[in-house]
Design a protein around this ligand. Structure first.
Ligand code: C5P
Length: 315
């Protein structure tokens, strides 16, 4: 068996401005992504003998990751084979092994990370030779956040979130993640936003998603966590709270325990807290774990690079 192992980071959204519902069921976004140091590890390997491609999942929340053709990593691998014009290998099949550390359906783009990881690992395994640009094109077809998982760093996303441009960001940001006891479905959170807007419970989206927050971009360029914290925003926070009201207690607890800022991650239900520095993140994580307002606490810093190859077992 020959295999390639890569790791892919979780993401958080520093700004997530959502426009009105489009005809294709998506919403136009203006978002600022940051990749953070919480990783899934994915191995793509060729196993001798004919058979269906398989996905093996272990680790955090593995039981709720689909192992069949609905698995995003497998979808990504299939799309890559198609674009690269590769025909099925009569002597072997693909085995994708996912070791999860990014919580599932948590607003941290764990599934997208696995898909991005599969693209890089299979491109290498099959010596397909596709460029990052070509992989990004395939990524966008698999999911809105997959292209960012490939790229990493800090980046502005537009369109569905797949049109990316790297953002200038200085410094290192120290995040504490409160993982909720439960999951939220991304489509359900977007639907709830549409409902809240229709009921005028939250401000309506004007013609589009609005503008990139210049205050946030200036704070990122200056590397000032306090100013970044004050500028964090997420249009999906109100619908996530409507669907998962207990998150309000989690957000409040983090703020009372000294976080610079507290926000729901993407479509939730993970809550993320920005700490002033690494030491304060350690203290905040310990205090939050003791407060009993979430299932688990993790620390992560950002920005970190996108998908990276960690072992290449090709002979
Ligand atoms: O692209 P992805 O499959 O990750 O999106 C999951 C769901 O989230 C979509 O089917 C859609 O309901 C919602 N979504 C959206 N607008 C976006 C991204 C996602 O409405 N820009």
């Amino acid at each position: 068996m020959t295999g390639v192992t890569v790791r892919a980071p979780a993401k958080i959204n520093l700004q997530l401005a959502v426009g009105p519902l489009r005809e294709d069921g998506y919403h136009d976004l203006v978002t600022v992504f940051q990749a953070v140091s919480l990783y899934d590890e994915v191995t793509a390997a060729t196993v001798d003998g004919p058979g269906e491609d398989v996905v093996l999942v272990s680790g955090e929340g593995a039981e709720s990751v689909p192992a069949g053709p609905d698995n995003l990593a497998l979808k990504a691998a299939t799309a890559l084979a198609q674009v690269a014009g590769l025909s099925p290998d009569p002597d072997g099949h693909l085995e994708i092994t996912i070791r999860k550390r990014i919580p599932v359906a948590a607003g941290l783009a764990g599934g997208s990370a696995d898909a991005a990881a599969a693209l890089v690992a299979c491109n290498e395994l099959w010596q397909a030779g596709l460029s990052l640009e070509q992989l990004s094109g395939i990524a966008a077809g698999v999911g809105s956040d997959v292209a960012f998982s490939l790229l990493g760093g800090t980046a502005v996303g537009q369109g569905r979130g797949e049109q990316l441009s790297p953002a200038l960001a200085s410094g290192e940001y120290h995040w504490v993640l409160a993982v909720a006891d439960g999951q939220l479905s991304t489509p359900a959170v977007y639907r709830m936003l549409d409902q809240l807007r229709a009921a005028k419970s939250v401000p309506d989206a004007a013609a589009g998603p609005g503008a990139l927050d210049n205050t946030l971009m200036t704070a990122l360029r200056a590397g000032e966590p306090g100013a970044v914290g004050r500028a964090l925003s997420n249009d999906l926070q109100a619908p996530a709270l409507a669907l998962f009201p207990a998150l309000r207690k989690t957000l409040n607890a983090g703020q009372e325990l000294g976080a610079l800022a507290a926000i729901v991650a993407g479509s939730g239900p993970t809550c993320v807290f920005l700490a002033a520095d690494a030491d304060r993140a350690v203290d905040l994580a310990a205090a939050l774990a003791g407060a009993g307002v979430c299932r688990a606490v993790a620390r992560a810093s950002g920005p970190v690079p996108g998908v990276t190859i960690v072992a290449n077992g090709l002979s």
